[in-house]
Design a protein around this ligand. Structure first.
Ligand code: PMT
Length: 214
């Protein structure tokens, strides 16, 4: 089985020294990649910059922006994969144009504006390519409502609803508390557990869907 996992927060350049990014540490995505490897899968980890060490026996593809991540995931899926798990926190917006030179302060200027355009939606772009598709929904309100909407809009098999307003779960901690939802409306509400245990629960569900399709 070939599993593709994304991790980390994408970085959208404003100029050569500044970026737009988010608080993702990559821990959840790396835990999924390692759990899949330990089950015997071939794993491709497409990761935005993190402080984590490259895991052994995993093909690690390092990317920067949402567009870079899309290009890498799309080409990997086109070459053939059984599942994609999108744990990466992908920027929804990027600067309309990145400045070639460092943007300078101007004397007397107290405000500035930055024009942003939508990034491509990676999951929506690859929805017709073969493979089980798993998304995450990082939410601070209406966790299940927003997760269900993303499950359907992005054409996913599963979505992992992640309440990121908690301090003991979500971004940049070792544990997570999630609800796994499927297309049939089933909801598996999991207690606080390690990101590795969350990874195993997700992969159990992926395995069942892959087996059912063969
Ligand atoms: O990295 P950690 O510190 O361990 O934190 C883990 C996490 C909180 C980042 C992770 O558990 C998580 O919730 N990841 C998803 C973050 C996110 O971008 O959620 P979203 O609700 O904005 O996006 C929904 C889904 O669409 C996600 O699977 C995302 O990868 C994907 N997406 C988003 C935007 C985009 N342009 N293309 C996408 O494919």
């Amino acid at each position: 089985m070939h599993v593709v996992v994304s991790a980390g927060g994408t970085q959208e350049p404003i100029d050569p020294v500044r970026i737009i990014t988010n608080r993702s540490s990559g821990k959840q995505g790396y835990a999924i990649a390692e759990a899949a490897r330990d089950r015997g899968a071939r794993v491709t980890l497409v990761t935005a910059p993190t402080a984590l060490t490259d895991p052994d026996l995993i093909e690690v593809v390092k990317v920067g922006s949402a567009r870079d991540m899309l290009a890498s995931i799309e080409s990997t899926l086109r070459a053939g994969a059984d599942a994609l798990v999108m744990a990466a926190a992908v920027a929804d917006w990027e600067p309309a144009s990145a400045a070639r030179q460092k943007v300078k302060k101007v004397d007397g200027q107290d405000r500035t504006t930055l024009e942003l355009t939508k990034t491509p939606d990676i999951l929506a772009t690859v929805r017709e390519l073969p493979g089980v598709k798993v998304g995450f929904a990082a939410e601070t309100e209406d966790l299940l409502g927003n997760a269900k909407e993303k499950l359907s809009r992005k054409g996913l098999d599963l979505i992992v609803a992640n309440d990121v307003s908690a301090t003991d779960a979500g971004f940049n901690v070792d544990n997570n508390r999630v609800v796994i939802l499927d297309r049939d409306g089933a909801q598996d509400e999991l207690p606080l557990m390690s990101k590795r245990d969350v990874a195993d629960r997700i992969l159990d569900r992926v395995r069942r869907i892959v087996d059912a399709r063969h």
